[in-house]
Design a protein around this ligand. Sequence first.
Ligand code: AP5
Length: 216
Amino acid sequence: MNLIILGAPGAGKGTQGALLAERKGLRQISTGDLLRDAVRRGTALGRKAQSYMNAGELVPDAIILDLAREVIADTDQGFILDGFPRTIVQAEALDPMLAELERPLDGVVVLDVPDDVLVKRISGRRSCPECKAVFNVYFDPPAREGVCDHCGAQLTHRPDDEPETVRRRLEVYRAQTEPLIAYYERSGTPVHYVDGQRGVDAVADAIDDVLEPEPA
Ligand code: AP5
């Protein structure tokens, strides 16, 4: 199964993408995580991407497309694209890429969450730079404040999670990424809408239901 998970910053793409990957044996491909890793390691890609990310802007399409092509081609299992594509240009480039690799898309999951909930989730997010686990001081706090439950590393607050940058990320999402929903509707790819404002488990169950509905 090859899926895209779409939604605004803080909608739960990373959280649900990880759960879905585990349940269905898929690979979660998060361009945000790949970029943050590159920034942390100080690679050429990371140096190019960092200023865009910290300003809440999108990294240029050409950079992202090279990265995505490399990772998708390297994956022989089904995948969940989390945070990619993010512009019409990226979506238009993804279509021939998947056709060439003979990896057709099975669907797009859209997580729908109101802005006030997004802002609260993002302000409470704490991430583990080592094992990538994500916590939330309001909704899913770690057992020991500031410490990852899984690997004991110090949790961090993402630099792009500052309020002003979050506002910009939301604007960029509305202008450049939300139009992808209509793009996939037009393309005939199944688009599944999920109410993402409920708890993590309820959202995961709702995703399972839309992907594998009970027979009538
Ligand atoms: P990226 O990392 O993709 O960030 P994003 O899309 O802004 O999404 P987030 O990671 O903020 O949120 P999420 O939806 O994954 O939510 P999460 O599960 O963490 O991209 C970052 C930057 O990289 C971009 O701004 C851009 O610069 C660049 N970039 C990346 N891809 C690119 C591309 N394709 N093209 C160009 N540039 C690109 O959840 C958020 C919080 O809420 C967590 O604390 C979590 O614990 C909590 N939470 C989740 N679900 C629930 C729930 N149901 N109930 C309560 N709390 C919940």
